[in-house]
Structures are given as C-alpha cells and as structure tokens.
Design a protein around this ligand. Structure first.
Ligand code: HEM
Length: 294
C-alpha cells in the first residue's frame, strides 16, 4: 500500500466514525473529542465536518509524540541511564502530597511532569512561513523555526537551566495572569491579542479564554485551568498556536508516573548489541533497548 493509499484509507475511516457519532450509532459518544467538535462546530464554516476530520487525523499523529516522551522519561528515570535529580524528585514528589496544589496553579506532580517535558522537549520546534516584504523577482519560500528544545534550557529564562527542578514552576506567570496589566508592564501599548472568551455550545458551562500572548486556556464552572505562560517553558509551543493537547498529555504522564511509583517499576538499559530500531512517530525512530523490573 502506498503512503497516499494509507492516508486515503485513514481519511475515509475517520469520516465513517464521525458520521457514526453524529448519527447516534456510537455508544457513549460524549467520551470522544469529535462529539464536542461536531456540537461546537454546529455545521459552521469556521469548524465544518471536514475540519473535524482533519483534526482527528492530526491528533493521531500528535499522539505519536507520547511514544517519544515515554522512551525519554524511561531513560531519565533509568537505573544506569538516568538523571539522579529526576529520580530523587520523583521520590520526594510521591512521598509528599502529589495532587495538592496548595493554592498554587499546579500540583507537585504536574510540576514534575512539566519539568520532564521542558528537559525532554519531544517536539523540537514550530515552523512558520516568512512573508516577503517586497514581491520577489522569482517565487521562493522561506521558513523560520522557533526552537523549543534550546529555548527551554536557555539561561536567559532560567537559573540553572539544566538542573531538574520542578519548583521553578512555583514562580512562573500563568496564562490567566498574562492580562492587560501584564502586557503594559512588558512594554506593550495594548494586548497583542485582545482578551476574548468563547462560550462552548455543547451544554457545558465552559469557555475558552486567551492570554495577552494568545495562549488559549479553559474556564469551566467559573474555574480557570491555566497553563504556564512563560517563554522558557516551550515544549508545547507558544501563544495562539500552542498545543491544546497539553493538559491532557500532562495528566496522562501523571498517570504513567503513578503506575511507575505504585508498582515500584524500575527502568533498566538492556545490554543488547544491536537493538531493534523502532519507528514510533513521524521522523522518530528509537532503539528498543529499555526494559523494566518490578
Ligand atoms: C507529547 C505530546 C505532545 C507534544 C510535545 C505536543 C506539542 C505541540 C506543539 C509544540 C504544538 C505547536 C505547533 C506549532 O506551533 O505549529 C502543538 C500543536 C497542536 N497540538 Fe500538540 N503536542 C502533543 C500532544 C498532542 C495531543 C495528544 C493532541 C490532541 C489530542 C495535540 C493536539 C495539538 C493541536 C490540535 C495543535 C495545533 C494547535 C493550533 O495550531 O491551533 N497535541 N503540539
């Protein structure tokens, strides 16, 4: 099967599944993302059925980054391959009160996972097309990359940037705090992105708000669920294009670490001369050389 044939097959499979959700043939449709997208898109040209299909397709690809993340987390926690500070912090976090934010924006376990993401940075950069300021004499295309990996460890943003230290997120601004006043403090005459709130149309009491940088975050039943809106925290991108799967991903890895902790799992580098190269996502191949003991 060619790549094109694979993609066409996947597209018609997704179209069929969305049709099933829309027509009530899927049990518990409200457990799917597509159910909410269909309801909120409501057939409008801003989020039509074809956009929902593309979103499902994109998110299949996005999920592949979890494989890369798990591999790197196992390596960081590994008995011989790991980062001792990351291992010590896991013990400290889990033996403390991992799910108690204590009035702060993030729980200790959330901060631990955020620190893992900053240092692993599974998504290396965001690409943007450059617009010409004058019409060029021949057609050409230019791109710029906002690098996530190097931004995350830049000493401009953090003290001891290479050190594993989840406490750094106790002091960062959140997307809810980056408002008009913060924009003025930074030196903008006005918010680069006007502050807006979109109510959802699917029956829930929830809205999508944005920060002055354009970072979108949810507010449900009047409670904001902000993200860390600081230039040094880049694994999920910046501003208006930032990853909407960030909190889902962070919570999934909180669960992964709970399992590791509760089952006393230890990761071990396997002594294999030529480990199998395993493709786990677009442009990502890992050496299948980490096992675990319980
Ligand atoms: C390890 C996991 C993930 C990482 C590191 C990650 C990282 C990113 C980054 C860096 C961007 C910004 C790209 C850009 O600026 O062009 C992005 C965008 C996006 N991500 Fe993720 N992502 C992850 C998982 C997910 C998941 C699980 C979903 C959905 C279920 C998702 C949905 C999206 C979408 C829809 C966008 C596009 C946002 C927009 O342009 O408005 N991501 N992601």
């Amino acid at each position: 099967m060619t790549v094109r044939a694979h993609l066409d097959f996947l597209k018609s499979w997704i179209e069929e599944k969305i049709e099933d959700i829309a027509e009530g043939r899927t049990p518990e449709p409200d457990k799917t993302f597509a159910y909410y997208w269909e309801k909120n898109g409501a057939g409008s040209s801003h989020f039509a059925r074809k956009d929902v299909v593309f979103e499902c397709f994109h998110n299949f690809v996005a999920f592949s980054q979890w494989g890369n993340t798990i591999y790197n987390m196992m390596q960081k926690l590994g008995r011989s391959t790991g980062d001792p500070a990351a291992r010590d912090w896991l013990v400290k976090t889990m033996e403390g009160d991992p799910d108690n934010a204590g009035g702060g924006a993030f729980t200790p376990l959330e901060r631990y996972v955020m620190e893992m993401f900053r240092l692993i940075s599974p998504n290396g950069g965001s690409i943007s097309a450059i617009e010409e300021t004058i019409v060029p004499r021949f057609e050409r295309n230019g791109y710029i990359v906002s690098p996530h990996t190097s931004t995350g460890v830049d000493p401009v943003h953090w003290e001891n940037p290479l050190e594993f230290d989840p406490t750094r997120y106790e002091r960062v601004p959140t997307s809810q705090e980056v408002d008009e006043a913060k924009a003025r403090q930074i030196g903008f005459a006005k918010c680069p992105f006007d502050l807006t709130s979109f109510e959802v149309k699917d029956g829930r009491k929830a809205a999508l708000n944005n920060s002055a940088f354009g970072t979108v975050f949810g507010v449900a039943d009047g409670k904001a669920m902000p993200v860390c809106d600081y230039a040094g925290f880049a694994p999920f991108g910046f501003g208006y294009r930032r990853c909407p799967g960030e909190q889902l991903t962070i919570q999934a890895f909180e669960d992964f670490l709970r399992k590791v902790w509760n089952d006393k799992i230890e990761f071990v580098k396997l002594n294999i001369a030529s480990p199998e190269p395993l493709p786990i996502g677009p442009r990502t191949v890992i050496a299948d050389n980490i096992g675990f003991t319980r």
